[in-house]
Unconditional design. Sequence first.
Lengths: 270, 270, 270, 270, 270, 270
Amino acid sequence: MSDYKAFNVVLADKVAHVVINRPEKVNAMNADFWREIIDIFRWIDDTDEVRAVVISGAGKHFSSGIDLMMLASVGSQLGPDVGRNAEKLRRKILELQASFNAVDNCRKPVLAAIQGYCLGGAIDLISACDMRYSTVDAQFSIKEIDIGMAADVGTLQRLPRIIGDGMMRELAFTGRTIEGEEARSMGLVNRTYADADALLDGVMGIAREIASKSPVAIRGTKEMIRYMRDHRVDDGLEYIATWNAAMLQSADLRVAMTAHMSKQKPEFAD
Amino acid sequence: MSDYKAFNVVLADKVAHVVINRPEKVNAMNADFWREIIDIFRWIDDTDEVRAVVISGAGKHFSSGIDLMMLASVGSQLGPDVGRNAEKLRRKILELQASFNAVDNCRKPVLAAIQGYCLGGAIDLISACDMRYSTVDAQFSIKEIDIGMAADVGTLQRLPRIIGDGMMRELAFTGRTIEGEEARSMGLVNRTYADADALLDGVMGIAREIASKSPVAIRGTKEMIRYMRDHRVDDGLEYIATWNAAMLQSADLRVAMTAHMSKQKPEFAD
Amino acid sequence: MSDYKAFNVVLADKVAHVVINRPEKVNAMNADFWREIIDIFRWIDDTDEVRAVVISGAGKHFSSGIDLMMLASVGSQLGPDVGRNAEKLRRKILELQASFNAVDNCRKPVLAAIQGYCLGGAIDLISACDMRYSTVDAQFSIKEIDIGMAADVGTLQRLPRIIGDGMMRELAFTGRTIEGEEARSMGLVNRTYADADALLDGVMGIAREIASKSPVAIRGTKEMIRYMRDHRVDDGLEYIATWNAAMLQSADLRVAMTAHMSKQKPEFAD
Amino acid sequence: MSDYKAFNVVLADKVAHVVINRPEKVNAMNADFWREIIDIFRWIDDTDEVRAVVISGAGKHFSSGIDLMMLASVGSQLGPDVGRNAEKLRRKILELQASFNAVDNCRKPVLAAIQGYCLGGAIDLISACDMRYSTVDAQFSIKEIDIGMAADVGTLQRLPRIIGDGMMRELAFTGRTIEGEEARSMGLVNRTYADADALLDGVMGIAREIASKSPVAIRGTKEMIRYMRDHRVDDGLEYIATWNAAMLQSADLRVAMTAHMSKQKPEFAD
Amino acid sequence: MSDYKAFNVVLADKVAHVVINRPEKVNAMNADFWREIIDIFRWIDDTDEVRAVVISGAGKHFSSGIDLMMLASVGSQLGPDVGRNAEKLRRKILELQASFNAVDNCRKPVLAAIQGYCLGGAIDLISACDMRYSTVDAQFSIKEIDIGMAADVGTLQRLPRIIGDGMMRELAFTGRTIEGEEARSMGLVNRTYADADALLDGVMGIAREIASKSPVAIRGTKEMIRYMRDHRVDDGLEYIATWNAAMLQSADLRVAMTAHMSKQKPEFAD
Amino acid sequence: MSDYKAFNVVLADKVAHVVINRPEKVNAMNADFWREIIDIFRWIDDTDEVRAVVISGAGKHFSSGIDLMMLASVGSQLGPDVGRNAEKLRRKILELQASFNAVDNCRKPVLAAIQGYCLGGAIDLISACDMRYSTVDAQFSIKEIDIGMAADVGTLQRLPRIIGDGMMRELAFTGRTIEGEEARSMGLVNRTYADADALLDGVMGIAREIASKSPVAIRGTKEMIRYMRDHRVDDGLEYIATWNAAMLQSADLRVAMTAHMSKQKPEFAD
């Protein structure tokens, strides 16, 4: 792992722990953040030893969202022609989206462990993760509405698939802050924990559990669920049939079967 | 606002309150209702001062659904040729659907405040709203099954996105009546209130909150969530990037930023 | 009803009760199972008297999923060429999927009554049913991950539409076992019952209720909800308009209306 | 038929002839044009006697496209806020598109007869017709590129389905003018005629031929081809099966069969 | 090959020749035809030795389409209830469609060799084939319009992807008869031949050429082109990547490479 | 422009000329080629001065397709586990596809000028271009079938949208070589030229013509046509309305209008 300015990354027990590491700025997402997250997830994708990922925030909060300085600097680069500005803004937004697409498209499961503030762009980020867990006193808000804009790096696109449509609209229109238990009841997080220590312990445990499974099976499973978010059931059935046509010839199936018969824990190659 | 036979419409505090106003008929949806609702929502779309909408029913009930007299009169217009009847019925159904499409496609958020009966066509109507709120003793039923037909003005199309698929099917197949709390637990309504007064107070409060936000941001947010109901995540990301390419050049962003810095409440133009 | 090896099928009160009948093998799904289920559902589709279907398992458990012997025998038929093996496996998977597609595409509502184990392939099966009900102590697990493969006969394709996306991924990645109440809270089952007797009583009651409705209306309703799982709202509205163009000319509408007026229970032809 | 400012409309032999009637302005599309065309096609849809439609232009040319005065007046209504201007322009474009959607969605076949200039907006219009026929010296050009904009009322959306993708891009990027024969060779028009008289004679003949067929069958055929432009083959097959479920019960089938047996020309009701 | 009533089937040189064999009835498609074609294509799919298929008609004509007697018999089974008739007709149409879906979904390329009449249902059939070839004097007509119905077994769904949209509509609305050369110029057939003998010689030659290629590669190629008819480019790219992930591990690639290096003709296993 | 090993790139008159520059290897696509083409098109996208692109091949041929050495080296990296090999191959194919996606997604129009051989991977490449032009004696072949594989870098996905479906299948199944005129008649190339000099002259002329238009309008036009390849007409109409909401506020419209009025050639900013 190379040195990152906005992150701290540790690999242990086949789990990569990606920590947003600007606690003095409430982990606000600055230019380093948006660029480095792509590199980190490319490394995760390319490193066979990484089998699961946990994202968390250093300090008391997960993240306060996009750095407002950075947003302001985008505005200052605009020129006199509305059309050319529009093209520039459109490409800038697509570029920022690419940072969270890297999380969404990652071949390994990504778990978010959320304490304290999780605001604006931080909601966009956790919407791109596979699963979300939080402390009971975590605070979630689709803050973009309060800076006069529609959220544009993923919240409005991915969150409706995760929480109910009706509540989705209320949160997006009002920017209302919800805490851990309400988040859990609407499916935004899978489970809440009493405090940040219990949270990290719990999430790491789930990640290690996932890391012990066949990586071939985990990757196939993730790809299929990702695919179904946007495709038809019949297409999905054809896709898994084509995928498993190769993967069922993998050794992992035999390893798992043998372990199952002998009541032992299977060991899968990376 | 012009005079309506089936509705009463009031605009105050930038919120349009649309009241179904046939309490002596349990607010059954007659020919006036289906025609006027289109005019009302065209007016809402065209009137910049309207920034949010609340729909409710006058009297003890929200609405008992389509007026059976009206349904009977459609039947009486059929002729001897099955094919030509089919064309006539198909166009009539598409025409009725257009009335609720006007609600669904409205550029401003629409909140339903539901007390008492909410039956048959009334479920189709609230499924086309953005958010739903009710009293604890409200009664919901997909009544169409009991008059021997599949619901055809929107319930079967929009409700599966709002409540769970499994419960959706049970309610549609059995026509079972559920009350406020069960409705809330399955995501049909966002919140329940003790009685009709508390309900209207609460919903108006949420509507006014929404009306105080940037109208440009609210409309963009609604358009994006509407779009995601039927489109892929990657298409949605491209769409918001194209949309915000223009909207981020709006003054509202600066107004919101400035207010944010000075800790004041922003005032947005209509 | 002909004789089946893996099933017992009874038709009473217009409800077909399909019992997986290999209790000594924990109702594991063997070759007979996969072949016979297609025949059974073709018979259900073709028999007007059947208006609703209940699937359950004989003995203490619903089903432990695919018979591992059968899985092993597929593996033993592979040859030396990876490409030709892939084609063979792909076609075999598509063939197994067809068995549960027969459940999914059945024109009559299918209710699953689940007690004891519901593991691996059994989750694929219940995901293809319309509604699911269980005992409080039923045990559900997406077991495929533990035999080193991605589930490929429907769980990953159909279940995300039924339970939340976040919990879906956790269950699929970890294979964690959940019981009745947790299943209910995430929408996997509609209701839980104290024990297997209460369960069957309850589910049969719901099935008989459905069987008493207009079969034309029930079939239209099911087709529309099935269609909406994979289609856009505007396409769905056009589809129901085309469908009801014929169906509203059916006698069932008049039968229901007349009964409604006279406050009597309607009797619909099969 | 009421009086129109931009059109002349004649109904004879069950064919509606819609003539763009501003020859002194090369049939440029002004505000009257965009509004009246919607009324005309609503009348066509509602009038059973109309079974086919021919669109042509009065004088030497079909049409020179959108009236530049009208385009300029849109520009003059813009205010100081880019975001609010964008919303206004977006709605204006959608409004103009609706005029040609009325042609595309018309239930009866629409044939364009094109002589002289067919430029810019005129290409958008004929792309929304069912079939196109022209004189050999007709001149076609996607002129929008030369006024500095991407065509936005239908050419870029509908034409790629009609002519080849490669030639589509060349014409759209260069605005190159092509004549009748080249238009025919790439599928833009179905046939060319020596001059305007032969053209109108020929097209009217085809329209009358279509008007003599079963209107139920013609409407079903058009709906199916329109549907296939945007849908999958399997969805299309299911849709025609649902549609014909009603339409094959029409008298027209018997009328046609009987005529076929007796070698006589069938007469279908409107 | 078993005995068929409506067909004659011969396998030689790895090419299955499927001959419609009711020349005394102009090869009209009767109940035997619709049932047997499914069996034949299941056999083709399951028989590794078959690597390409040619369909032709015995006698002077390819086929006059659906047997009118059969159509009449469907009508005679209808009862008094429009709704139940509609369901019956819908299922019957879906059943007939399944016969041509078997051709469309066949894993091996299917070539149609067409002489004389190719009318109505015969157009539906050849639209489901991979490629079409004809004599210069073959006669094609979408005849359904003349029996008062919209074609419902595939022409309107598959043909628009093969010939231009504008000409498609003209042929479907008018039922106009076209001959070989016009068919070729619009892409309906790939090539024309002077007479039936030259046609069969030519088509058999192309089929044998295809049969000499790697069957793994041919099947992958067909699946991909079939898939692209209904899917997006990005989905198609992902699908071929998943497919070839297994298939590039096949021996055929090495066989072809080796032959290529040594300038010899490769021999592929079935 | 930096130095490239497999290409030579020249920018003149706002047209980037990208020459595949390995004439001694018949411009076979080696590892350098696949990597550098991404860099080149990123540079093109980022360089406002480039307004159109021409791709051609140095020497007598356009390109013989993928370098077989490179293909062989991929094979040599495979290990013993079929499943892990499949994942590796899948990612490798996606990586190669990305090289031609860079061409397809380029914001500026890309014209291919083709002489001599255009085989295998070269067809994949030109399918990703906007327009294609060739000499009369150019030779095209979907060569992949002859090395025992289904083409997997774009031909099977993009070409069916460009040439007819029937001919597409013949070329893909047989690998038959066609020359310039046949290519033109099926829409594969837009025009043929007598020899390589005339070809380059002609294509450069078209590219310069495009480069003289409003770049804002050209980019919008390309984006819309690209979008329509995979989307519905109604989605496309909404997309252009959203796009033009910003772009019609660009100065280019005024520049073009003013030039139009004064009969002068407009000059657009990059």
